[in-house]
Design a protein around this ligand. Structure first.
Ligand SMILES: [Zn+2]
Length: 359
């Protein structure tokens, strides 16, 4: 009897410990391992030589740039667009580093937003844009507006959104110079939602939360500002990056692409967000296969590149990439067709850049 009671007590204690463990696992420490015996496809190289239209000056020394070039060659990235956000001396120094590899990199400049409180703000932006173009800048970006005004790197023009008439001569000049504009508006939707147990993207949302800001234009407002900008400047090519932060409702992006031929979108840095809805995402990409551009925006590590290819090319299901993406959810491949892959990997970018640069 004594032994029996002891055994029961031990079981109760063990159960309590396990329960306490399960209760105390934090969502941001949750690292499940896949148990299913399903396809795991290793995609070492992209199916076609890739133009990556969304990257940043991650490499600072010539040595790092050389390593980047080697990584690109290893995974079949033909060319990378470096969105520098910068102007002036910073732009010139980046141009001199990446300009050493003109076949591998093209460099885009920022906008000179430093003088936004001065009356000749517009002229100063246009003058610096022309200078950067002269130096070899092939486009503008990444510009961003998360609701408090246009930003280019560390420069912010508070209260000046891209639809502001002050920018019209700049967008016009960009069109004349054959420079597309890469623009980030708003942020993923769950950053605007309450930071509670119902928030689907809580893992990343709390880090870049916007729900607690009442001094900014909200998500819907920013999409309206984007629409006004592309409508009022129809000669200028705008590349709304990260699916215009509409990965939660691709119908909205589809409508904009249907209405405005000067709008393109890049798919950078929204792989995890779309890999949870693989059939819907694949149908969207297939429908808008002429208007979407491949981008990464996540450094230059070969594993990062290969993960993006795996998501686009394979039909692999339920895999995790905790080291690349901060979400608790698993990923699934889109299994895009060869025709669609070739367009988004390279053909669309080549056609678009050739067209506007030769006009
Ligand atoms: Zn970016």
């Amino acid at each position: 009897m004594k032994r029996f009671i002891l055994a029961v007590l031990l079981l109760v204690a063990l159960n309590t410990t396990l329960k306490a463990q399960a209760d105390s696992i934090l969502l941001n420490q949750y690292r499940p391992k896949v148990v299913h015996n399903v396809a795991v496809t290793q995609v070492n190289e992209a199916a076609y030589p890739v133009i990556d239209v969304h990257s940043h000056p991650y490499a600072n020394t010539l040595e790092e740039v050389e390593r980047w070039v080697q990584n690109m060659e290893a995974v079949n990235i033909e060319r990378t667009v470096i969105l520098t956000y910068s102007v002036g001396e910073r732009f010139d120094s980046l141009m001199s580093v990446y300009g050493k590899y003109p076949d591998h990199f093209e460099v885009w400049c920022g906008l000179d937003l430093r003088h936004y409180e001065e009356p000749n703000f517009t002229e100063q932006m246009v003058t610096e844009l022309e200078r950067c173009h002269e130096m070899g800048g092939k486009g503008i970006g990444e510009l961003s507006d998360k609701g408090w005004g246009l930003r280019s790197g560390t420069m912010t023009a508070y209260g000046f959104h891209p639809n502001n008439p002050a920018f019209e001569p700049v967008w016009q000049r960009a069109a004349e110079l054959g420079m597309p504009v890469n623009i980030h508006v708003a942020d993923p939707i769950w950053m605007y939602e309450p930071m509670d147990e119902t928030n689907d993207g809580l893992m990343t949302a709390w880090r870049w939360r916007l729900d607690n800001r009442d001094d900014i234009v909200d998500h819907a407002g920013m999409i309206r500002i984007l629409e006004e900008t592309i409508r009022n400047n129809s000669e200028t090519i705008f590349i709304a990056c990260h699916y215009a932060n509409l990965s939660y409702d691709l119908h909205q992006l589809g409508r904009l692409l249907d209405v405005y031929p000067n709008l393109y979108a890049d798919i950078s840095a929204r792989y995890a967000e779309t890999a949870v809805i693989p059939r819907h995402a694949a149908a969207f990409i297939t429908r808008y296969q002429d208007r979407l551009l491949f981008g990464t925006d996540m450094g230059y590590n070969p594993h990062m590149y290969r993960t993006t290819f795996r998501i686009l090319e394979t039909e692999d299901e339920h895999f995790y990439e905790h080291s690349l993406f901060g979400y608790q959810w698993s990923l699934n491949g889109f299994g895009l067709s060869q025709q669609v892959l070739e367009k988004i990997y390279r053909k669309n970018a080549i056609r678009l850049f050739d067209n506007i640069r030769s006009e």
